[in-house]
Design a protein around this ligand. Structure first.
Ligand code: AMP
Ligand code: GLY
Length: 420
C-alpha cells in the first residue's frame, strides 16, 4: 500500500520510521517532511492545511492511507474533508477534535460525564472572569479556550498575575480568537504523565504512556517549549492506576464523545496528573504527543499499519498488547530556543552506533546539497532504548554527544530522577 504522512516534526519522523518497517507498505510520502524524512520517504511540498491540494495528490498518487500528525489540520477538519472525497485517513473528525481544540468543550464534557478533572469555570466576558477572581485562592490556572501552540496556559501566583493573564487573553487578544473564551481552574499538585489510546471510537486498541519535559532548562526552569525530552513508560502507570484510567477516564470520554455525535477515531492523548487525591485530567489532545511519540513508537513490536487498520475498520476486533520497553528521548535544540536562535548550521554525526537500540528523529533540519543543516528551534530528538530507563538514558546521551552543530543545546537531566 501507499501511505502519506502529514506533518514535519520529530513526531512525524518517528511515525515514518514505524510505517517504513511495515511489510504492507510500498511507497511513503510525507507533506511537508524535513531534512531527515527524505531519506526514506518522498517529501511533498504541500502545506498540511491545504486540503484541496492534499486530496488531489492522494488521488493522483493512489495513496491508500493518510496519517495525520499535528492538531491544527485535525481541528480544521482534514479528516472530514478526506472522507467527503471517499479517502482513507487516520485521525479524529473536526467535531471529535474539539476535545483538544476547545478547552471549554473538553471541561464541560468532563463535568457532564463525571470524568475527574480540576474544578473550573468558563467565561466569555472579561468582567465576569475578573469578578470570579475575587473569591479565588492562588495559584490559579488560566487557560485560553482554543489552540495556542502550547502557550495558552498561565499559572498565576497571585491576583495581579491572574488579572494580567485575563487581560492578555480577552482584551489584548494575544491568542486571537483562541482567547475569546477562557477557563479558570483549580491548581493541582502532583506528578504529570500522559497516556495515548489508539481507538476505534469504542475500544482501546493499545495504550502507551510517557512523561515529557516542557521547560527549557535543567531542573524544570525557564520558559515552556514544544518539549525538551521524554521517557517511556510513565512510572505512574501501575496496574491499578491503569485500570482507573481506562474505566474512569478513557472509556467514559469515548462514550461522552459518541453521545455528542463526535465519535473519536484516532489517538486520544490524555494529559494526567497523579495527586494525593487520585488521578485527574489536565488536558486532552486529539493526536500523538511530541516528543512522546519518539519514545513510545520505536519499541512497538507490532506493525503500526495493523494497529491503525484495526482502529479504522469497524469489523476488526484485534487488540494489541502494550509494549513498555524503556526509552528516553533528548531534544537537541538551537541555543536560544524558544526565543531567538540562528539556523543554517551544519550538522555532523561523528558516530551513529547501536542502530538497533538508538534513533535520531529529525525535526528542524533541511538538506542542502550534501550537507544537513539546522532549520528550526527543535532540531533532532535522540532516543535510546534499553532494559531499564538508566540504560536507555545512557545510550541517548552518549549519542547526543556524537552529534554536533554550532549552538547545540540540550537538557542534561531528562529521565534523571526515575526510580526503577
Ligand atoms: P495544558 O496545555 O492544559 O496541558 O497545560 C499546560 C501545562 O500547564 C500542563 O502540562 C501543566 O503542567 C500545567 N497545568 C495545566 N492545568 C493545570 C492545573 N489545573 N493544575 C496544575 N498545573 C496545570
Ligand atoms: N508534549 C505535549 C504535546 O504534544 O502536546
Amino acid at each position: 500500500m501507499n501511505v502519506l504522512i502529514i506533518g514535519e516534526g520529530a513526531r512525524e519522523s518517528a511515525i515514518l520510521h514505524k510505517v517504513h518497517q511495515s511489510p504492507k507498505v510500498s511507497r511513503i510520502y510525507i507533506a511537508p517532511g524535513n531534512g531527515g524524512t527524505a531519506s526514506i520517504a518522498e517529501n511533498i511540498d504541500i502545506s498540511s492545511n491545504d486540503f484541496d491540494k492534499l486530496t488531489k495528490f492522494v488521488k493522483e498518487n493512489k495513496i491508500d492511507l493518510t496519517i495525520v500528525g499535528p492538531e491544527i489540520p485535525l481541528s480544521n477538519g482534514i479528516v472530514d474533508h478526506f472522507e467527503s472525497h471517499g479517502l482513507n485517513i487516520f485521525g479524529p473528525s473536526r467535531k471529535a477534535s474539539r476535545i483538544e481544540g476547545s478547552k471549554v468543550f473538553a471541561k464541560n464534557l468532563m463535568k457532564e460525564f463525571n470524568i475527574p478533572t480540576a474544578k473550573y469555570e468558563a467565561f466569555s466576558d472579561e468582567k465576569s472572569a475578573i469578578k470570579y477572581l475575587e473569591n479565588s485562592s492562588f495559584p490559579i490556572v488560566i487557560k485560553a479556550d482554543g489552540l495556542a501552540a502550547g502557550k495558552g496556559v498561565y499559572i498565576s501566583e497571585n491576583k495581579n498575575d491572574a488579572l494580567q493573564a485575563i487581560k492578555e487573553m480577552m482584551s489584548d487578544n494575544i491568542f486571537g480568537n483562541s482567547g475569546k473564551n477562557v477557563v479558570i481552574e483549580e491548581f493541582l499538585i502532583g506528578s504529570e504523565f500522559s497516556v495515548f489510546a489508539f481507538t476505534n471510537g469504542k475500544e482501546i486498541k493499545t495504550l502507551l504512556s510517557a512523561c515529557d519535559y516542557k521547560k527549557v532548562f535543567d531542573g524544570d526552569k525557564g520558559p515552556n517549549t514544544g518539549g525538551m525530552g521524554s521517557y517511556s513508560p510513565a512510572p505512574q502507570l501501575s496496574p491499578e492506576n491503569k485500570k482507573f484510567i481506562i474505566s474512569k477516564i478513557i472509556n467514559p470520554t469515548l462514550e461522552a464523545l459518541r453521545s455528542k455525535n463526535s465519535e473519536f477515531v484516532g489517538v486520544l492523548y490524555c494529559g494526567l496528573i497523579l495527586t494525593k487525591d487520585g488521578i485527574f485530567v489536565i488536558e486532552f489532545n486529539c493526536r500523538l504527543g511530541d516528543p512522546e511519540t519518539q519514545v513510545v513508537l520505536p519499541s512497538l513490536e507490532y506493525d503500526i499499519i495493523d494497529l491503525i487498520e484495526s482502529c479504522l475498520n469497524k469489523n476488526n476486533n484485534k487488540i494489541f498488547e502494550t509494549n513498555s520497553k524503556p526509552a528516553v528521548g533528548v531534544v537537541l535544540t538551537s541555543k536560544g530556543y524558544p526565543g531567538k536562535y540562528n539556523t543554517g548550521k551544519k550538522i555532523t554525526i561523528s558516530d551513529y552506533f547501536d542502530k538497533n537500540n538508538s534513533y535520531i528523529f529529525h525535526a528542524g533540519t533541511k538538506k542542502s546539497k550534501e550537507n544537513l543543516l539546522t532549520s528550526g528551534g527543535r532540531v533532532l530528538t535522540v532516543v535510546g532504548t534499553g532494559n531499564s530507563i538508566n540504560e536507555a538514558r545512557n545510550l541517548a546521551y552518549k549519542l547526543c554527544n556524537k552529534i554536533n552543530f554550532n549552538n547545540k543545546y540540550f537538557r542534561k537531566d531528562i529521565a534523571k530522577i526515575i526510580k526503577e
